[in-house]
Design a protein around this ligand. Structure first.
Ligand SMILES: CC(C)(COP(=O)(O)OP(=O)(O)OC[C@H]1O[C@@H](n2cnc3c(N)ncnc32)[C@H](O)[C@@H]1OP(=O)(O)O)[C@@H](O)C(=O)NCCC(=O)NCCS
Length: 195
């Protein structure tokens, strides 16, 4: 069944062909694509991307599945979340998040990541979730660290990226660690309500 996640302000759902203009407008923005390996050159490129990465069963191996991040109230597409499942390491998933510039710094990426981690660790019983990013991508580092992902590797000049050798940071979190954080947050909410 197609994956659909809801949060207080968002719905994460499969991308649809009708999303291609909105997706193009933020994914083609050089500020958004600066540290990303893919950016659409045209509206047709955006449609192709949607065709390739949506309408798929979750947990398929060795492909990126892309979910649209939409506002619950208006249905507007404000970003997307990538999930990369693997053959041979079925209980590990790589993730990536993109939010349109007009909607950044409002906690939407954070809200989407919370829902993704809950789904991956609680529903899908994944053991480890990881993300890889350029060390210069400060908002991405802040987002990952805020959710408890640990910096586990710093590969020096390991990627030939946009005409130069770029470093790559790998962040990861285990299911047991996420559940521990969840319990701490839940119990501190209960304590706060008691006072
Ligand atoms: C990486 C990316 C998704 C992070 O998005 P973001 O908007 O910075 O992240 P958030 O939605 O969590 O916003 C956090 C900020 O919103 C503020 N905020 C405002 N309202 C908020 C709310 N209701 N809840 C939480 N934070 C809120 C916080 O203060 C926080 O700012 P701070 O980090 O300076 O303290 C975004 O920069 C992006 O799309 N970049 C381009 C694509 C990319 O490189 N992706 C990386 C792939 S891993």
């Amino acid at each position: 069944m197609a994956l659909r996640l809801t949060t207080p302000r968002l719905v994460l759902r499969q991308l649809q062909d009708a999303d291609h203009e909105a997706l193009f407008s933020y994914r083609a923005d050089p500020m958004v694509s600066r540290y990303q390996s893919w950016a659409p050159d045209s509206l047709e490129d955006a449609r192709d991307f949607i065709r390739r990465s949506s309408g798929l069963d979750t947990n398929l191996s060795d492909i990126w599945i892309q979910l649209g991040i939409t506002l619950k109230d208006s249905g507007d597409l404000i970003g997307d979340a990538g999930l990369h499942f693997f053959t041979g390491m079925a209980r590990q998933t790589e993730i990536g998040l993109t939010v349109a510039p007009n909607y950044q710094k409002r906690g939407y990426a954070s809200e989407a990541l919370d829902a993704l981690l809950d789904h991956l660790f609680i529903k899908m019983e994944k053991h480890r979730v990881f993300a890889s990013t350029d060390p210069r991508n400060k908002p991405a580092l802040a987002l990952l660290e805020k959710h408890g992902l640990r910096r586990e590797a710093h590969f020096r000049q390991s990627l030939w990226f946009k005409g130069e050798w770029a470093d790559d940071l790998v962040y990861a979190l285990l299911g047991s660690e996420w559940l521990g954080r969840r319990q701490m947050i839940d119990s501190s909410n209960i304590t706060q309500k008691d006072h």
